[in-house]
Design a protein around this ligand. Structure first.
Ligand code: NAG
Length: 271
């Protein structure tokens, strides 16, 4: 059965080519359900360039092993840019992991993973992406957990020329998500339900008909480009250091086994 629910004027459900993706409507709360027939997802109707997108999510309670709930922004095409939050489920009582990633011109491989300082299945918490010409900041309850800075002056491409949609989905990824894929989804615990509320998209809307260059010009100089947002505040830098010291469990920056050389953008960061 199809449920098409308008939960926010800027959001619409998206449709899986393989089956009916289910979205359960609830008062002010959007519930996305994964069972052994289908997952679920939604996307924004418009694309945006720069701004801040926030959603509050309450992740799957109890046994969520094998499931991944994602919240991300992405452009389209083989050279797309993408900023990802992926919430990797776990067995009952074991912590979720939050994996973040950044794709630039179609290339990702920039994973970081952290354990949260709260149980994300007990309450709604806010997850945000702030994007401007200087930096992409991933925030959890307004605490920065990752910054991807513009290092174009070092010859490193930065995602700032493609409008992005806002997406979320829940799916089965038990081949890799939980404890490296060792723990499989226990379908006897389905349906797995992630709840959403408080969607806020505050960015520069880009009609499909506009060319990328026009968007870049039109979307320059908005509130997101004010100097105070070109880098973290001192307080935020301290928060990020705290997150990295106490909650980060994996960082592609320091994965010597995976990369022969330190990824080029990491050589220029000073953490
Ligand atoms: C699940 O729990 C185990 C044991 O605490 C932990 O090692 C792992 O990082 C957790 N998260 C995932 C996604 O496997």
């Amino acid at each position: 059965m199809w449920w098409v629910v308008l939960v926010h004027q800027d959001l619409m459900t998206f449709i899986s080519p393989v089956g009916p993706w289910t979205i359960l409507p609830m008062k002010g709360v959007l519930k996305m359900k994964l069972d052994n027939y289908s997952g679920a997802g939604f996307s924004s109707k418009s694309k945006y360039m720069f701004g801040k997108v926030t959603v509050q999510i309450k992740l799957v309670e109890g046994d969520s092993a094998g499931t991944v709930t994602a919240f991300y922004m992405s452009s389209e095409g083989p050279y797309h840019n993408e900023f990802d939050f992926e919430f990797l489920g776990n067995t009952t009582g074991e912590p979720y992991l939050v994996q973040t990633n950044v794709y630039v011109n179609g290339v990702g491989n920039r994973e970081q993973r952290l354990k949260l300082w709260f149980d994300p299945t007990k309450d709604f918490h806010s997850y945000s992406l702030l994007w401007n010409q200087r930096q992409v900041v991933f925030l959890v309850d307004e605490t920065p957990v990752r910054v991807h800075s513009n290092l174009e002056h070092k010859g490193i491409p930065y995602p700032k020329d493609q409008a992005m949609g806002v997406y979320s989905s829940i799916w089965n990824a038990d081949d890799w998500a939980t404890q490296g894929g060792r723990v499989k989804t226990d379908w006897s615990h389905a349906p797995f339900i992630a709840s959403y509320r408080g969607f806020e998209i505050n960015g520069c809307e880009c009609p499909d008909a506009w060319a990328a260059l026009d968007n870049m010009r039109r979307c320059s100089g908005g509130w997101w480009d004010q100097p105070t947002l070109s880098e973290l505040s001192l307080h935020q830098s301290h928060q990020l250091l705290w997150v990295r010291a106490n909650h980060m469990v994996y960082d592609y920056y320091s994965d010597a086994a995976r990369f022969l050389a330190t990824p080029v953008e990491c050589q220029h960061h000073h953490h």
